[in-house]
Design a protein around this ligand. Structure first.
Ligand code: N01
Length: 481
């Protein structure tokens, strides 16, 4: 049977899409999920301390508020449980094909259908919603000799509970969002911890706290109170755009706050200097933590700033000649984002791979559609990620446009794709804005592709993206019956 819609992935994007399709009366769809459970990145990332740095009242679907969040910034188990609940409550499990990884998605111009080749067979669909996630493919560092390491190596996004860390010599490579969450959790129990830092992150105090029982009750019995809280969190976050986008020099205020925070937590002047960033705050993702710096004060923890030159069976060699002997290596080295392998598996009407869009050589329309990729919608597409607010807001914005477009295409049995000029105009508008933002101030970040082009971040207020995706604009599309 030909599907009306094939959804790829069952994280926030895929589940959100499924709910919205059902609400719009579209029921002939399947979700292809390579994992054995829903949740996407919140299923995959199970390392100790894993937590979201966006407040939970905003980092959740507008149509499914959760009055029971136990912390203002939830930990992974609670977010994962929230997504499992969505799948159960909306009876989505019956349409999910678990453990069925998508290997290829190609448009067949003769049948005018998308052919989805998975581990277990081939499916055909009139439309595809690609919701595979931007932080889905862990990146191991490309360091000489890594394969020769004698002990276990694990990426934070592939945490292994069977690897014992207690009383072991451990090294963590990287000091990004994942590293600064996991380090405080393991520092006390390992024998020795070497933290291999390439670039120090900017860190601000974490304001998270447990949610009081009476607040949970208030949210449960007066839902409007939680909506008000969400509204407040949303607008507070939007204010940050003034610094991130409009005038990056404003970030000096937050830099000063971060420096004072560092000074209050680290007294050793040499360690303090090693931890002081020398790029504009916000250029890389801003981190929040109250327990990362204190863990560096421990006698069994060492911050290593000499660059890594190689990995040997016994440990990590740095450029000063030292061999840091370790039993376990933890790679907190991030993800393939602009070079996400899923992009190489999706081919449009002319055979071109979707990966081109992230290389910055193919235009996109509102981060969601691409010329020559008829009836294919990408959630979390180019320049839809955020440095200041909730990606769930962006996904829901995209879904407004996707559902309208889909209804039109289904009603008219049509192929819809953006015009080249509309896609070019959108992409040019973004690329003209980005250089003057904080992300263009000259640091190396995962927001930039290998050519230094930012194909990741949305450089504006999120309400502008909501407005741009509120409705399907016929004039910007070719509709072929
Ligand atoms: O990955 P990262 P992450 N040798 O790419 C270093 C989300 N997230 O998993 O800065 C040595 O940020 C690299 O160094 P440098 C969130 O969006 C959110 O931590 O490139 N070091 C960096 O320190 C986040 O931004 C949460 O010089 C190497 C680190 O590894 C995104 O996921 C929690 C290296 C990678 O940091 C990714 O975060 C977790 C090498 N060869 C994740 N290669 C929260 O909500 C890389 N590095 C809090």
């Amino acid at each position: 049977m030909t599907l009306d819609v094939a959804i790829i992935g069952s994280g926030f994007g895929g589940l959100g899409a499924a709910v919205r399709l059902r609400q719009a009366g579209i029921t002939n769809f399947s979700i292809f999920e390579r994992a054995s459970e829903v949740g996407g990145t919140w299923h995959e990332n199970t390392y100790p301390g894993c937590r979201c740095d966006v407040k939970s009242t905003l980092y959740s679907f507008s149509f499914a508020p959760n009055p029971s969040w136990s912390n203002t910034y939830s930990y992974q188990p609670e977010i994962f449980a929230y997504l499992r609940n969505i799948a159960n409550e909306y009876q989505l499990r019956e349409v999910i094909k678990f453990e069925d990884e998508v290997l290829d998605i190609s448009f067949d111009s003769t049948s005018r259908l998308w052919r989805i080749t998975t581990q277990h067979g081939v499916a055909e669909a009139r439309h595809v919603i690609l919701a595979a996630g931007g932080l889905a493919e862990p990146r191991l560092p490309d360091i000489e000799g890594i394969e020769s390491f004698a002990g276990p190596i694990m990426h934070t996004a592939k945490w292994r509970d069977d690897v014992v860390l207690d009383d072991k010599r451990v090294a963590v490579i990287g000091t990004g969002a994942s590293a600064i969450q996991v380090i405080p959790q393991i520092a006390a129990s390992v024998r020795h911890l070497s933290i291999l830092q390439r670039t120090p992150p900017w860190i601000l105090p974490h304001m998270g706290h447990a949610v009081r029982k009476r607040t949970q009750l208030l949210f449960r019995f007066i839902p409007f109170s939680q909506q008000l809280n969400r509204f407040y969190v949303y607008w507070r976050n939007e204010l940050m755009v003034l610094g991130f986008v409009k005038d990056p020099s404003k970030m000096k205020i937050a830099e000063q706050q971060s420096r004072l925070f560092l000074e209050s937590q680290i007294t050793d002047p040499q360690l303090r200097e090693s931890l002081t960033p020398h790029y504009r705050l916000g250029c890389k993702r801003v981190l929040i933590s109250n327990d990362y710096y204190p863990s560096l004060r421990r006698d069994n923890v060492a911050l290593v700033t000499s660059p890594i030159t190689g990995i040997e069976p016994e440990g990590v060699r740095t450029s000063d000649g030292t061999l840091h002997k370790v039993d376990v290596l933890i790679s907190a080295t991030g993800f393939y984002v602009t070079d996400n392998p899923i992009g190489e598996r999706v081919h449009g009407a002319r055979g071109e791979a979707l990966a081109t869009a992230f290389r910055g050589t193919m235009s996109n329309y509102r981060g969601t559609m691409f010329p020559d990729f008829p009836n294919l919608f990408m959630l979390g597409g180019p320049n839809t990620a955020l440095g200041h607010s909730s990606i769930v807001f962006m996904l829901e914005s995209q879904l407004n446009y996707v559902v309208e477009a889909l209804k039109k295409a289904l009603r008219q049995n049509a192929l819809i794709e953006p015009t080249q000029s509309a896609a070019d105009e959108w992409t040019a508008m973004l690329q003209s804005k980005l250089p003057s933002t904080v992300w263009g101030t000259g640091c190396a970040s995962w927001y930039l592709n290998e050519r230094g082009i930012n194909t990741t971040i949305w450089p504006d207020f999120t309400f502008r993206f909501r407005k741009a995706t509120r409705h399907f604009q016929l004039r910007d599309h070719h509709v072929t019956r």
